[in-house]
Design a protein around this ligand. Sequence first.
Ligand SMILES: Cc1ncc(COP(=O)(O)O)c(C=O)c1O
Length: 371
Amino acid sequence: MKIRPFDLERYFAKYEFSVKHVMSASDCETMTVAELMAMAGDEEMETWSDLRLHYTEPKGHPDLLKAISKTYQGISPENLITVVPEEGIFLAMNALLEPGDNVVALSPLYQSLLEIPRSIGCSISDWPIVLDGDSWRLDMDLLESLIRPDTKLLAINFPHNPTGFHPTEREFRKILEIAAKNGIWVFSDEMYRGLEPSPGTRLPSAAEVYPKAISLSGLSKSYGLPGLRMGWLACTDSDMMKEISGLRDYTTICGSAPSEALSILALKCGDKLIGRCQDIVEKNTAVASEFFERHQDLFGWIPPMAGSIAFPELRENTPADELFTDVLDRKNLMILPGSVFGAQGNHFRIGLGREDFPECCRILEEYLDER
Ligand SMILES: Cc1ncc(COP(=O)(O)O)c(C=O)c1O
């Protein structure tokens, strides 16, 4: 298999653990095992210490699958397989695609959703999220026109990384309707689902409402537990699930027992965990709005519609890459330039899920004052 380097992951690998502050993380503030256990309750302590470190069930612990299925409507444990989130993208794309297939993909997009299809020999047609004044929007007519006879899959991601765009339910259902009309599959990356500012804006999961959809979700972002490496695929097509399970025998075979045990705990108090992350994002979004208000000559601020990420614009001739390399050198603060996503324009990503976000703003402000 030949595949291009994953620019975003390489960028994080280079800086994430060597810089003092990361202003662009996509996940939310993590917690310790003790904090998680205290949230879940006393009886959980026993489950943890009695845990046997054996191989686990290939599709996931039955209690875990049951707990995950409760986060959906009409998705049963049989419609689920646990995976490491990134692995889920790899497995689903390989189960679904063949050389010569065309994939219509939202653009910009988390790189593996494009690069894995490309490595299989697929062509990619970009469906751009466009900046319209001070908000992002989708062009449905364009989507219809991009679908060709050889299009096998539409790849989407809402809440969206990196723009923070989130469609209305009507728009979302329209996207699925277009897919259904053309008989194509949908890979719906729902890693940030749960981080909507109000429950009314949460979309149904694609797998709940479209039989040819594979939905990806997990504990990394909305639950603030990326170190568990726990995710899952949901799909009601049993043949597709069989195909994906078969491929998993060649990647991780089954999940990690400690991770499964902690994930069961996490899902028991899932609402509390998501609520905690939502609160941090809400607080930080207010801090970001004030920061960008003070610097509106330099930055275009587009608050996220959902999720933990926003994609502001740098409104000067200096490329974001150059400015933020200087910020990194002088202030030990990492900010991700939009070029890592191959995105048009002079954007950069900020993450609103971490407790040190106000401190990151203070450091960036200090840099701007000294400039
Ligand atoms: C949209 C999207 N999908 C999938 C993933 C993969 O999640 P994980 O890093 O937990 O494997 C990420 C991680 O940043 C992401 O942003």
